[in-house]
Write a protein that binds this ligand. Structure first.
Ligand SMILES: Nc1ncnc2c1ncn2[C@@H]1O[C@H](COP(=O)(O)OP(=O)(O)OP(=O)(O)O)[C@@H](O)[C@H]1O
Length: 292
């Protein structure tokens, strides 16, 4: 459905925000993961036709979206990172406003969407009084007005409380059964349970694209747990990559990233997805140091 081929986005001469990204996506939830400045927003804005690639090509159902932006715009929903609601419109009026902009005249659909995002009981309340999570859910509802095939959501869970986060995740997971949902985040737990694929970006480059299980498999045998004396911890930490250190009296309980047993008594453990992603980025970036 969506095919990116050698996509580059430059800002001026110095900044390469997206660096030679190639990717094929169909339906499901794609978790676009990367630190601040990795290039996630720049990539999403190009897919949403809000900016053009400096080079490379993005095809939607075989059509070049730079040459034919309308082809994808009609089938796209977009929730930007800084989606703000500042007016005194009620939730329903807000939806009606966006529906008019998108040429949709279907009151039943607007009611259905407010129900879908669980805001139907607040339909007449001013949206400016909504919590962060409610605003984002309203943002999703407006992004779905045209029943898009592709839904792009940029850091949608930033600033949400745990319950709102969970609701939001469930909503995106449901949508991902039928549509292509591209969700950017730097919080792994946001996509851990719902992503069918993870696209991992670092400094503009796509360093991996794999299912969560594949990412976990690749880190198998590299995450270790050890309990060590404090003085040993001090020397060990300069030689291996410590993912987590927890003090327990005079000892330290450690989770360590290493290609083989990093110290006596260390036992290999199942990686969490976050650890597996760190393993992947670490290997790509610095290489694992082998201690003798
Ligand atoms: N309009 C712009 N002009 C100049 N540089 C830009 C512009 N937009 C983005 N950049 C730069 O491009 C790089 C990638 O930024 P981008 O916003 O795409 O990253 P991101 O992964 O979405 O980060 P975040 O998680 O903070 O939103 C950064 O170095 C950023 O400073």
């Amino acid at each position: 459905m969506l095919e990116l081929s050698h996509v580059v986005k430059r800002f001026g001469r110095q900044i390469v925000a997206v660096d030679d990204v190639s990717l094929k996506l169909s339906q499901g939830v794609i978790g676009l993961i990367g630190h601040n400045g990795a290039g996630k927003t720049s990539l999403m804005q190009m897919i949403a036709t809000l900016s053009k690639p400096s080079s490379g090509q993005i095809l939607f159902d075989g059509q070049d979206i730079v040459k034919r932006p309308d082809a994808i715009r009609a089938r796209l929903g977009y929730l930007p990172q800084d989606f703000g609601i500042y007016s005194n419109l009620s939730a329903l009026e807000f939806m009606q406003y966006f529906a008019a902009l998108k040429g949709c005249n279907n009151p039943a659909r607007l009611r259905y969407l407010l129900e879908l995002v669980n805001l139907h009981e607040q339909a007449h309340r001013p949206a400016s009084t909504f919590s962060g999570g409610m605003r984002r859910r309203l943002g999703i509802a407006q992004a779905l007005i045209n029943d898009p095939d592709i839904l792009i959501v940029d850091e949608p869970t930033a600033g949400l409380d745990p319950e709102e986060r969970m609701r939001f995740r469930n909503l995106l997971a449901e949508l991902g059964f039928k549509k292509l949902v591209i969700m950017s985040t730097h919080i792994v737990s946001d996509v851990e349970t719902i992503a069918t694929q993870l696209a991992i970006m670092r400094q503009g480059r796509l360093i991996a694209c794999a299912t969560p299980d594949e990412v976990l498999d690749q880190a198998e045998g590299q995450i270790w747990m050890a309990e060590v004396e404090m003085h040993y911890y001090e020397s060990l930490r300069t030689k291996v990559h410590i993912l987590q250190a927890q003090r327990q009296g005079n000892r330290m309980l450690l989770r360590i990233l290493h290609p083989h047993q990093p110290c006596i008594d260390a036992i290999v453990v199942e990686p969490s997805l976050e650890e597996a992603l760190m393993a992947q980025q670490y290997v790509q970036n610095e290489g694992l140091q082998v201690i003798s």
